[in-house]
Write a protein that binds this ligand. Structure first.
Ligand SMILES: Nc1ncnc2c1ncn2[C@@H]1O[C@H](COP(=O)(O)OP(=O)(O)O)[C@@H](O)[C@H]1O
Ligand SMILES: O=C(CO)[C@H](O)[C@H](O)COP(=O)(O)O
Length: 561
């Protein structure tokens, strides 16, 4: 891309809120050139052990965040990105944001997070629940059981199972574990919509998170009758969730004077409706046409693909009209652990002399397919699609005394590719075309991983032409919200970019992987579909042991006190 623009050029800013940091990107409207970027790491990262001000240990599978970290991204990363771009802030015409989801927080009616209400600061349920907060699995199980018992019409749009990661499971857990915080929550709002509210002073709900994470179908949420059947006090939950529903790429409002002060951008510029970090990337990957599946591969993977019609795909995350772009049915699936699994091995299992992604990848590249004799189940962070159960766990079969670290690392890379192939096959079998794959996200840097995905799925892999797919996607949505393009389609064509078919499947390796994939499917169905619930039993034993350890610690601390 050429350098800073010409006279009359206009710019937009995209802000991508990831799991550990927020990234701002300054983009030229006419061609999507990326002129400057900056990252702000969240000071409190992911809160998994105890609240920032101290206090008791959090239970297993909790994952919270601090909303102040989100505001700080606006204060630090946006001005730094504009400075790095060397453009005049007065030439910026819009800002768009995307967020991990379902990342959700309880607030007062004016948007004040409950964790910032002094008397509630020490209450874990007052804080933001991050997308990977998996402690609401029992609540999700009840939501699903009751939905099937009553024949709720919406359950099919979610592949038959609502995830523990999503709004209703997290809301039910909040109600039943801290009723006072639940009552004090005038709003239960996705961080994507909350940060837009901070930017323009207008409370909105984007159709993407409302649809995929909030069970909003055909303009309706689940009935009050269903909610009170779950818990008599849950009937008002939708009143907390609901707000003005807005289509993607619309303008939510205009930058307030206060937000202009934080960001250094002009007051009054367009603020785009919020979006999800996966779905927003379809625009930057020029993959809005039906059949082009985009896999955004990072700590986790989200798979998004547009289809011409709605279809029910067992185990998918959901299908939402306009969920990716207006005029199509957007499908989502996902794997709740991908890069995180590779990171776990590097940080906690690999010997120091080879403990890096680069070294392990280099060592793993040379061996032929199947030489390590291993097959793994990629469920270190549960299974989002197709089994939708976060009490499932990881597994490696075939370990011997001859197994080396790079063998295990490669087996983990391959296991996530098998998981993606399961998802693709489920879509195709349900009549949702998947013609080719477009890969975005931080994992595109691993060439071995990319080639494995091409060989396992037997499909060519195209690679997005930006290292900042979500942020570029948000910038593209900002350009539409600012009126620079008539629709997301024209903006995607002008501002998005992709390298076609960078990785092609090798027939010999495809055949070799077909045999290993058959073994993966056998293990997947045996341990994931009820033939042997050892993983669930071990999880129950772990939780009981954790509970008794916590009570022992409390007793010990009381005795000391
Ligand atoms: N070269 C690599 N090969 C495989 N995994 C990697 C590599 N580099 C980083 N990772 C993993 O990818 C994840 C980071 O992905 P990234 O897309 O940068 O972040 P995020 O998912 O927060 O957007 C981490 O879980 C890390 O362990
Ligand atoms: O489920 C999601 C989107 O639907 C989450 O936003 C996504 O899984 C977060 O992953 P990452 O940290 O890799 O961005």
């Amino acid at each position: 891309m050429s350098g800073v623009g010409e006279v009359g050029d206009r710019y937009v800013v995209g802000v991508d809120y990831g799991t550990l940091s927020g990234r701002a990107l300054v983009v030229r409207v006419r061609d999507g050139a990326e002129l400057g970027t900056a990252v702000h790491e969240y000071r409190n990262a992911v809160i998994e052990s105890a609240l920032p001000d101290g206090g008791p240990s959090l239970p297993p599978d909790w994952a919270l965040q601090d909303p102040q970290d989100y505001r700080d991204v606006l204060r630090h990363a946006v001005p730094a990105a504009v400075a790095a771009a060397g453009v005049d802030p007065r030439d910026v015409v819009g800002i768009g944001i995307d967020f991990t989801a379902c990342t959700i927080l309880p607030t007062l009616a004016d948007g004040t997070p409950l964790c910032e209400v002094p008397e509630l600061r020490q209450r874990p349920h007052a804080w933001v629940k991050l997308w990977k907060h998996h402690a609401a699995q029992p609540h999700a199980d009840r939501i699903n059981a009751l939905a099937h018992e009553r024949g709720e019409p919406w359950i099919g749009r979610y592949g038959g199972r609502i995830s523990a990661e999503w709004q209703f499971a997290k809301g039910l857990q909040l109600l039943e574990e801290d009723p006072e915080v639940y009552r004090r929550a005038d709003r239960f709002i996705e961080a994507a919509d909350w940060i837009v509210w901070q930017l323009c002073g207008v409370e909105t709900r984007n159709v993407c998170t409302a649809g995929y994470k909030g069970i909003m179908q055909d303009g309706k949420y689940p009935s009050t009758d269903y909610l009170t059947a779950l818990n008599p006090d849950f009937g008002d939950f939708v009143t907390k969730l609901d707000g003005p529903l807005m289509p993607l790429a619309d303008k939510a409002g205009e930058l307030t004077a206060e937000a202009a002060g934080w960001t250094g951008l002009p007051q009054g510029i367009a603020v785009a409706v919020g979006n999800v970090d996966a779905h927003v990337t379809a625009a930057s990957a020029q993959a809005l046409a039906p059949g082009r599946l985009v896999a955004i591969m990072g700590t986790s993977t989200c798979h998004v693909v547009n289809g011409a019609q709605p279809a029910e795909v067992a185990g998918m995350c959901g299908v939402v009209e306009g969920g990716i772009s207006a005029g199509a049915w957007g499908y989502e699936a996902g794997q709740s652990g991908v890069g995180d699994i590779f990171g776990w091995f590097v940080k906690h299992a690999a010997p120091a002399e080879v403990a890096s992604h680069e070294r392990l990848t280099e060592l793993a590249t040379a061996q032929p397919v199947g030489a390590h004799g291993l097959v793994a189940l990629d469920w270190w962070n549960g299974n989002r699609s197709l089994l939708v159960n976060h009490d499932l766990s990881g597994m490696i079969v075939g370990l011997t005394l001859a197994t080396r670290p790079e063998d295990v690392y490669r087996a983990l890379l391959e296991a996530t590719a098998y998981g993606t192939r399961m998802i693709i096959e489920a879509f195709v079998e349900a009549g949702v075309p998947v013609n080719d794959l477009v890969i975005a996200g931080g994992l595109t840097s691993n060439k071995l991983l990319m080639q494995i995905y091409a060989d396992v799925t037997n499909r060519p892999l195209s690679i997005i032409g930006s290292a900042q797919g979500p942020a570029l996607g948000s910038a593209i949505h900002a350009a539409v919200a600012a009126g620079e393009y008539p629709s997301i389609h024209e903006a995607s064509q002008a501002m998005g970019r992709i390298s076609e078919a960078v990785y092609r499947p090798d027939p010999d390796r495809v055949r070799a992987y077909d045999a290993l994939y058959a073994e993966y499917r056998t293990l997947h169905d045996h341990f994931g579909r009820g033939a042997n619930d050892v993983m669930l039993r071990l999880r129950a034993i772990r939780n009981a042991a954790a509970g008794s350890a916590a009570s022992t610690n409390e007793t010990a601390s009381e005795e000391v006190a």
